[in-house]
Write a protein that binds this ligand. Structure first.
Ligand code: AMP
Ligand code: GLY
Length: 438
């Protein structure tokens, strides 16, 4: 018997998911419902259908036509529209929570309130607003150290940080009024200082199995400078933790993910089946929650799946059938460094439609295609993060060297961050945490 597996989405994250499914010992055929034609995914898949991945009916139709047994949802928008709910009603297994459970990512107010309601550590001081009442007073209370978060999916553009994006209370009030005028809601919360990290866990709704901790780099330029992006690259260490985290920090982050799972079950009387992604920051006052995502992080997924020893499809089935407890989830004790090459001008004014050349890259095994089209056998930049390469090694420096050499060999109007995973940048992060704790 061959199992038909549907992947929803078509970026580098979904390419990584496809590669891992392809390796499974369970015989399978991969189908992809995609927003664009990813040449990496196309090479692996039995069939790709291009369409609107947020259109529930079309996705269902495609799944039924192809006798899909299990679907894996890559991005957040299909979760928000409830594609899981519809596929589930039609007896298709889904890795990805139902619409109400996905509020963990789709509503920042929901998640902040959940932390408070269930007495979970790590919630910064915050207040939710849908009116102007009390706003000025709260800003005064926080002074110049605040963050405004739009309550909804905003493609990574929903967070405005004081001093960076918002220079004064007047500018902030103006920004908030705009949200209110569009009937939107938002959070104002205290600004946190420290180092961010991601802890992703497989979840069958009853049990979590944690993945190695990864650190992403959101800023576009070297030295963690410049505009925020979807993530320019990420690293993980051979011991599955990060150089600036203590053992108790790791225990605390895992505990928070576990408590979130229980809180969700209590809140909705339903099971969260999918990937639980905790976005944390280590501050001088310990670990705080920045956000939750209801899916794999991109680029973090490439670090973890690259070193997953166990059978990914078997894990996906265990997530859906709620027997994660009985399934092996093991990762190699290897370090990984993932670097993205992005179009010149990214993220504000990326070039588009330009050709890139990968022929100089000798070993393409760990190459992931992102925002890229294939036209007449040429690879053409589509405007967002283009290709990623994951270096794997016994140490971070070995992994970094491999990633750097490989991503540098890709030619075209692209750039990448040379500093991700280097000893120099890691040391800076370690020292930053040391000085915060003084
Ligand atoms: P989010 O969309 O919630 O992940 O936020 C995007 C980015 O904004 C995070 O990765 C942080 O760098 C920054 N951010 C979010 N919340 C805070 C906060 N309370 N203090 C400082 N930076 C924050
Ligand atoms: N790397 C951050 C995210 O996927 O949201």
């Amino acid at each position: 018997m061959v199992m038909n597996v549907l992947i929803i989405g078509s970026g580098a994250r979904e390419h990584a998911i496809c590669k891992s499914i392809e390796k499974s010992s369970i015989k399978n055929k991969i189908f992809c419902y995609a927003s664009n034609y990813n040449p990496g995914i196309a090479k692996i898949c039995h069939n790709i259908s291009i369409g609107n991945i947020n259109d529930k009916k079309n996705v269902l139709e495609y799944a039924l036509e192809n006798n899909i047994e299990i679907a894996i949802i890559g991005p957040e928008n299909p979760l928000e529209v409830g594609i899981t709910d519809l596929l589930d009603l039609n007896n298709i297994l889904v890795v990805g929570p139902k619409k109400n459970l996905a509020k963990l990512e789709t509503s920042k107010i929901f998640t902040r309130n959940l932390l408070i309601k269930y007495n979970i550590n790590g919630c910064p001081k915050y207040k939710a607003f849908n009116k102007i009442n009390g706003l000025e007073e709260y800003l005064k209370e926080l002074g110049n150290e605040f963050v405004v978060k739009y309550d909804g999916l905003a493609g990574g553009k929903g967070v405005k940080v004081s001093g960076e994006h918002l220079k004064s209370h007047d500018e902030t009030l103006e920004y908030c009024k705009n949200i209110i005028n569009k009937n939107g809601e938002f959070i104002i919360e205290e600004k946190l200082y420290g180092e961010e990290f991601s802890l992703m866990s497989f979840s069958d709704g009853k049990k979590l199995k944690h993945m190695p901790i990864v650190q992403d780099h959101k800023r576009a330029y070297e030295g963690d400078l410049g505009p925020n992006t979807g993530g320019m690259g990420s690293y993980s260490c051979e011991n599955h933790t990060l150089p600036f985290l203590s053992e108790s920090d790791v225990i605390e982050a895992k505990k928070i993910n576990n408590q979130i799972l229980i809180a969700l079950k209590n809140e909705f009387n339903d099971f969260y089946k999918g990937i639980l992604y905790g976005g944390f920051i280590l501050t001088k006052n310990g670990i705080k929650v920045i956000e939750y995502n209801a899916r794999f992080g991109d680029p973090e997924v490439m670090n973890v799946l690259q070193i997953l020893k166990s059978d990914f499809l078997e894990i996906c089935l265990a997530i859906c059938n709620q027997n994660l407890e009985d399934v092996e989830v093991e990762f190699e004790n290897l370090a990984t460094v993932c670097k993205y090459a992005v179009p010149n001008g990214y993220p504000d004014k990326p070039v588009k439609g330009e050709k890139i050349e990968i022929s100089q890259l000798q070993d393409k095994k760990n190459l992931y295609f992102g925002s890229l089209d294939q036209i007449n056998d040429e690879l053409i930049e589509a405007g967002s993060r283009t290709v990623a390469y994951v270096g794997v090694g016994k140490s971070l420096s070995e992994a970094e060297k491999l990633a750097e050499k490989s991503i540098s060999s890709i030619q075209g109007p692209l750039f990448h961050r040379k500093d991700i995973g280097t000893q120099e940048l890691i040391l800076k992060k370690v020292n930053k945490i040391k000085s915060l704790k003084l």
